[in-house]
Ligand binder design. Structure first.
Ligand SMILES: CC(C)(COP(=O)(O)OP(=O)(O)OC[C@H]1O[C@@H](n2cnc3c(N)ncnc32)[C@H](O)[C@@H]1OP(=O)(O)O)[C@@H](O)C(=O)NCCC(=O)NCCS
Length: 141
């Protein structure tokens, strides 16, 4: 008998779940209009559902060209479900997808907010600075 309270699905959550997961975990909020294409256009997407409530509680995705350049985004776990290994489960699945489906020698990036840094470091990520730093087009503060 499987008594794992969580189930990882190799799919995106719904638009409403995506919007809620981002906002509730402290990431910048996105609109349903922004969320809709995310769910179908990502290279890989997974989310974790709490079995008892059938709700999405964690997620992560990869943007990628399928050849060599992959960017991991939307790593989020609802606060009440954090520190239970779900972020690691999501990251491990996303990295396994790259290992299985992409040609050898992929370049895998992410923008590491403070809460995720210990997790990313433990999975082998290193900082690119000072040789290279992340930049964004400043359209809003
Ligand atoms: C980052 C985040 C996704 C981690 O999710 P999580 O489900 O709590 O992660 P895990 O339980 O798998 O823990 C992974 C690692 O994070 C660290 N960690 C988790 N909870 C922690 C806590 N309360 N205090 C310190 N470190 C903690 C540990 O290094 C842990 O390693 P371990 O597996 O060896 O114990 C989650 O904190 C989150 O959603 N934060 C808000 C959104 C965010 O900042 N996302 C990252 C964007 S780059």
């Amino acid at each position: 008998m499987n008594d794992d309270p969580y189930l990882l699905l190799p799919t995106a959550p719904s638009v409403d779940e995506y919007v809620h997961l981002r906002a509730a975990s402290g990431l910048s909020p996105k609109t349903p209009e922004q969320a809709a294409p995310v769910l179908t256009a990502s290279w890989a997407f997974c989310h974790v559902r709490e079995v008892a409530t059938d709700t999405a509680v964690a997620m992560g995705r990869t943007l990628g060209d399928g050849g060599w350049y992959f960017h991991i985004a939307d790593i989020a776990t609802l606060p009440e479900h954090q520190s239970r290994g779900l972020g690691r489960r999501v990251m491990t699945w996303l990295l396994a997808q790259i290992a299985e489906r992409a040609p050898a020698d992929p370049y895998v990036t992410l923008n590491a907010d403070a809460p995720g840094r210990p997790l990313y470091r433990s999975l082998g990520f290193v900082e690119t600075a000072p040789a290279s730093v992340a930049m964004r087009l400043r359209t809003t503060d």
